[in-house]
Design a protein around this ligand. Structure first.
Ligand SMILES: C[S@@+](CC[C@H](N)C(=O)[O-])C[C@H]1O[C@@H](n2cnc3c(N)ncnc32)[C@H](O)[C@@H]1O
Length: 257
């Protein structure tokens, strides 16, 4: 019961943050998918004709990006009704008839085993009550030889403490999200910055992992070709970054055997 309430809270929080993106900010966020994949050396032609899932699709930036890459079928799921309707609106406005988002949880993905060629799940399962179950669901719906792109928060680092935890467990327990968001808006913090910080201050679950743990999940689930791809904001290979950001943002590309 408590978990259902918390998942509802998560949905409403992200719904509010995502629907505030204007069209230009949204297009920038779609463009980032292409730019990052080029930097990581992932072949964008691979996506042509593929069946793809974005689990925890938020406002639909990856759903739109995958459709533009020529995927045959693109499904998005998210626990947030507001995020799903924002994603579907964006899909319709762009005439992407192969794409559709629905309300569902990554902890019970409403698709059969081995259905997708590609599954992306970025920044989602650490906000659920059972992240490992979420990971198992992603692996279940992916076909053998399919590709997973998956990211979670890394553990450790001063930034978590200074930018998130001291506020999350103090002032954010007193000032509700709806008021805090209005204050940030009033002082002119743009929607993408509000989203980057406010979600972690208010979301009920915010688990963090080590790279070692995530590699273990992937290898135990029979993934191979594991490739950790770097996020420009945290260079976890530098000592200064390790001190500030600990394990950093852990994101992997991996193939299912
Ligand atoms: C940080 S946002 C990331 C959104 C998107 N993947 C992106 O990168 O733009 C986290 C998303 O996970 C969704 N979410 C949280 N718990 C979920 C669950 N159990 N099932 C599906 N989506 C969930 C939230 O509603 C939110 O849209």
């Amino acid at each position: 019961m408590r978990e259902i309430k918390e998942q509802k809270e998560t949905g409403t929080l992200y719904g509010t943050l995502f629907t505030n993106y204007d069209s230009a900010l949204f297009e920038d966020s779609v463009e980032l998918f292409f730019e990052r994949h080029k930097k990581w050396g992932i072949d964008l032609d691979w996506f042509k004709d593929k069946v793809c899932l974005d689990a925890g699709c938020g406002g639909g930036r990856f759903v739109v990006a995958l459709s533009r890459l020529g995927a045959r079928e693109v499904k998005g799921i998210d626990i947030s009704e507001e995020a799903v309707s924002a994603a579907n609106k964006r899909v319709r406005e762009r005439n992407l008839s192969q794409a559709e988002a629905t309300v569902a949880s990554v902890l019970a993905i409403p698709y059969p085993d081995n259905y997708f060629d590609y599954v992306v799940c970025s920044g989602v399962i650490h906000h659920t009550p059972d992240p490992y179950k979420g990971f198992q669901e992603l692996a279940r719906v992916l076909k053998p030889n399919g590709k997973l792109f998956f990211s979670v928060y890394g553990a450790g680092g001063l930034a978590w403490f200074l930018q998130v935890d001291i506020w999350r467990f103090s002032i954010c327990k007193i000032v509700p999200f709806s008021i805090m968001e209005k204050i940030w808006k009033f002082v002119g913090v743009p929607a993408n910055k509000r989203y980057n910080y406010l979600d972690n201050l208010y979301v009920p679950y915010c688990f963090r992992y080590t790279e070692h743990e995530i590699r273990r999940w992937l290898t135990q689930a029979q993934f191979h070709n594991l490739k950790r791809v770097k996020f420009e904001r945290y260079d976890y290979e530098k000592v200064s970054s390790r001190i500030l950001y600990g394990e950093g943002w852990i994101q992997f590309y991996a193939d299912k055997k």
